[in-house]
Design a protein around this ligand. Sequence first.
Ligand SMILES: [Fe+2]
Length: 248
Amino acid sequence: VQQAMTADFVSNDISSFRDNLLRKGWAVLSADIVKNEPVQVLEQFGVLAPQYNGKLSFEVTYQPGYDDAPYSQSMNGLGAHTEAPGYEPPPKYLALHCHRQARCGKGHTLLADAIRFFDMALEPELRDWANSNSIDFHAAAKPGSLDSLLLRAPIRAEHNGEPMVRFSYNLFRYGNVNASAAEMANAAAEPTDALGRIAEAGEAFFVANTIPVLVPDGCLLLWNNHRLLHGRGQYSDPARHLTRYWLA
Ligand SMILES: [Fe+2]
């Protein structure tokens, strides 16, 4: 069933992969073309950039210690966000190379159009607020970590003449891109501030417009991080394993 559902969005050559990426903002390349060498593919689309851990790759797989946090190395669902909103600029593209997809059938990568959310769906009062206020993008390297980054930037900007959105449900609601359970417990149940309301509006848009992608084993998912929100569905197979890359 999984193969039947996924076959229609997997590109079997680089040119259709590139076409899909430019047209939809995301694309999946087949395992036959990736040949377990995702870096060789990615170098055709940008320059690999160091991540929160200072390295050019990051293992997205279950690690104990984050069971109560919405973090990539937990099995929890992840709310709507763009990657590394506290970087200037954030990575243009994000990639996930799938070694082993969750056998529980869940753990989808979720994608939605961030530009359509901000420019069309967000209520004008909140859009006006966002256009006249910069946000402190505060990001711990991982939940509870003391080393953190801070960048003041607007939610909606342009980069090299193209639209770019920075969004983090965790930051807008809990004050940290990689929020800890303690930071989450301190947040109001129902936000009344503009930033908290933008978080809830973004998450509601994300749920209503999400494209769920279950990357098949060996395949490579690439998407435009300036243009799309992403998140993850909760899963229960601790052997799920993908490698994440950022492209400048
Ligand atoms: Fe992410």
